[in-house]
Design a protein around this ligand. Structure first.
Ligand SMILES: NC(=O)c1ccc[n+]([C@@H]2O[C@H](COP(=O)([O-])OP(=O)(O)OC[C@H]3O[C@@H](n4cnc5c(N)ncnc54)[C@H](OP(=O)(O)O)[C@@H]3O)[C@@H](O)[C@H]2O)c1
Length: 241
């Protein structure tokens, strides 16, 4: 056991980007999950993640978006956080990454910021069981509506791969992340731990069905700023026996 602190120098933007670079030459989707939690494990304050944020978390949040080909998120988070399109172009394109929303119900508002405040059309991944009029309204409002056979991680990732979107940043929320954990589809978790105790009934960062096995992760990086701990875990080379 050894202490990690104190750190001896600050990282500039280029050094930070190097540390968070996706693996090169990806031939298949690589799923990075980016989330923030309080020190006592809360995923939200009064139903939103905003209260957990800090300048350090914000800096990494924006960098993770610039490094990604696509931002994948569940509709619950889009509704709770009033999602809008990413603003900043990715490191290797002129446009921001699209937001791809997983929604079985297609229950998104055509007038919401997801559709009205974005530089690129959002991708709405939904099911044939979603009411057709909702799907049509979202398409008319500019969404790229895709009806998939199932919204399981394998099918969702296959659709993103078909579009050449390999560097996946999943921003949650807990329901979507829980499904990716259960399906063993998480390659990396970038977790900001905010120096806050929230208490109450806030949920944890992953919920839903338990996987058959525990997923062993390796701690790949730790950064610290003003009490916010930025942890990066990646899939361990040897799974739990
Ligand atoms: N701390 C953080 O970093 C962070 C990040 C994100 C969210 N949050 C918080 O998490 C909370 C939202 O949690 P949540 O679990 O509801 O969010 P979520 O996982 O973003 O959304 C759940 C919704 O996604 C859709 N969905 C996901 N998987 C599906 C599947 N396999 N089939 C069909 N639909 C599927 C469903 O939408 P439909 O109902 O439209 O069918 C479902 O209701 C909010 O309080 C938010 O602030 C925190």
């Amino acid at each position: 056991m050894r202490p990690l602190l104190p750190a001896d120098h600050d990282l500039d933007d280029a050094q930070l980007a190097d540390r968070y670079a996706y693996p090169e030459n990806l031939g298949a989707p690589f799923v990075r999950v980016g989330l923030v939690a309080s020190a006592d494990g809360a995923v939200s304050v009064e139903g939103r993640s905003e209260g957990l944020g800090s300048p350090a978390d914000r800096r990494v949040f924006l960098l993770l978006r610039r490094l990604a080909d696509v931002i994948l998120v569940g509709a619950g988070s889009v509704r709770a956080e009033d999602y809008r399109g990413a603003r900043t172009a990715t490191v290797d394109r002129d446009t921001p990454p699209p937001i791809a929303v997983v929604t079985g119900s297609a229950g998104l508002e055509p007038g919401s910021r997801l559709l009205t405040d974005t530089r690129v059309p959002p991708i709405v991944l939904t099911l044939a069981t979603a009411p057709p009029e909702r799907r049509e309204r979202l398409a008319a409002a500019g969404a790229d509506v895709v009806v998939l056979e199932r919204l399981t991680p394998d099918v969702v990732l296959a659709e993103l791969a078909r579009r050449g979107l390999h560097r996946v940043l999943c921003e949650g929320g807990p329901t979507l992340f829980g499904q990716f954990v259960a399906a063993d589809a998480v390659d990396e978790l970038c977790l900001s731990v905010a120096p806050l105790l929230v208490g109450g009934a806030a949920g944890r960062i992953a919920t839903g069905p338990a996987g058959e096995h525990l997923r062993r992760m390796e701690l790949a990086d730790t950064l610290l700023e003003d009490g916010t701990l930025l942890l990066r875990y990646r899939r361990a080379r040897s799974p739990i026996e």
